[in-house]
Design a protein around this ligand. Sequence first.
Ligand SMILES: Cc1cc2nc3c(=O)[nH]c(=O)nc-3n(C[C@H](O)[C@H](O)[C@H](O)COP(=O)(O)OP(=O)(O)OC[C@H]3O[C@@H](n4cnc5c(N)ncnc54)[C@H](O)[C@@H]3O)c2cc1C
Length: 382
Amino acid sequence: MSSTQPSVDTIVVGGGIAGASIAYELAADRSVLLVEAEPELARHSTARSAATYVPGHGPAPVRALIRASGPRFARLEAELEAPPLLAPRPVLHVAVDADGEALLAAELAAQDGEPGAPVPIDPDEAQRRCPALRPGVVRGAAVVEGAADVDAAALHQAYVRGLRRRGGRVRTGAPVTEVRRNGSGWEARLGPDGEAVAAAEVVDAAGAWADAVAERAGVPRIGLTPMRRTIALVAVPDPARLAGPDGGRLPMVVDAREGFYFKQEGDGLLVSPADETPVHPHDARPDELDVATALERVEAVTGLGLRSVRTAWAGLRSFVADRLPVVGAWPEHPGFFFCAGQGGSGIETAPALAAFAAAVVTGAPTPDDVPFGRDAFAPTRL
Ligand SMILES: Cc1cc2nc3c(=O)[nH]c(=O)nc-3n(C[C@H](O)[C@H](O)[C@H](O)COP(=O)(O)OP(=O)(O)OC[C@H]3O[C@@H](n4cnc5c(N)ncnc54)[C@H](O)[C@@H]3O)c2cc1C
């Protein structure tokens, strides 16, 4: 390393919600460089989510991270002078066939007694809460009152603002092309000029590309599979049908079999077929068939006359085999930390996961409100 080579304590690779949030946490007592390949931050999964915070979503450890994140959203609003980050909107889980009923019953049993768990309600009550559902279509239902829409862009921007205030730096249009050992630390080369930056630690928060970045560092992969998911915004011919029971907006509705979900967006509807198509990491585009499937499935349970698609997009939800996040380093590659595999929960878990991951990187005690030991999400489990 030359004496003029720039150096920081930590390079964070990836400018989505994972990278921005952990970079902010680390910048409390480290010099941090956040590096993003694209010309702007948060172009990929982070900009394409359904932006929901849903207690009771996912496997038990993910549910615990969602729970721990709840009060942290409010603290972040104050700490980072952010606008309101959560806008309450209950979620209705509905079963519309026998398989859905069985799955809903199993999920309710698995979460029995857990704070924030879905609460069973009868089908008539579900229809009352969401009059847009066709009468008689719901066979079983449960509600999550504590769910909310997340202002994901405001959350991301607040983290980046906070990072800069703490002296952290951000580089966009600078893909990490190579990472190699440099004494006890690391050296990363940033495109397009090949500038080398030395760091004690590298955090790989490159979303769907986390394994590609690991490979460039000679670090074993964690076995991520990016899964494409599609969302469409569709027109509702009679917007009066979107009125909630008290004139308010409708709850979000999620199929217990994960065949679809929908939520009201202004005078239209956001719909998804809840697709999971394994793909390689790339700039995902919606497939027409997936958009058509979303319309068809939501139309079948609502009869809203959904035909006209205003816009559609797709993004990647990346999972490892056990569908839990990966936070930590391989023992043979100390100082190269993954913060990846957030799947479909990277926004709703970000506040707690970032604080936890920062503790794993720095060796500080893990936060009291995040109920996991530092090895809970280590790559060694894979
Ligand atoms: C349709 C859909 C709906 C979703 N709904 C929800 C939801 O309701 N609630 C929720 O919590 N989550 C949801 N998610 C999941 C959530 O969006 C993701 O978990 C989260 O955005 C992942 O963030 P990330 O920062 O890891 O990835 P990304 O946002 O993809 O960021 C990774 C970044 O790394 C950069 N990068 C890659 N390679 C390099 C390199 N070599 N050098 C530098 N930078 C690099 C990329 O350009 C990218 O900007 C949804 C996802 C999708 C697709």
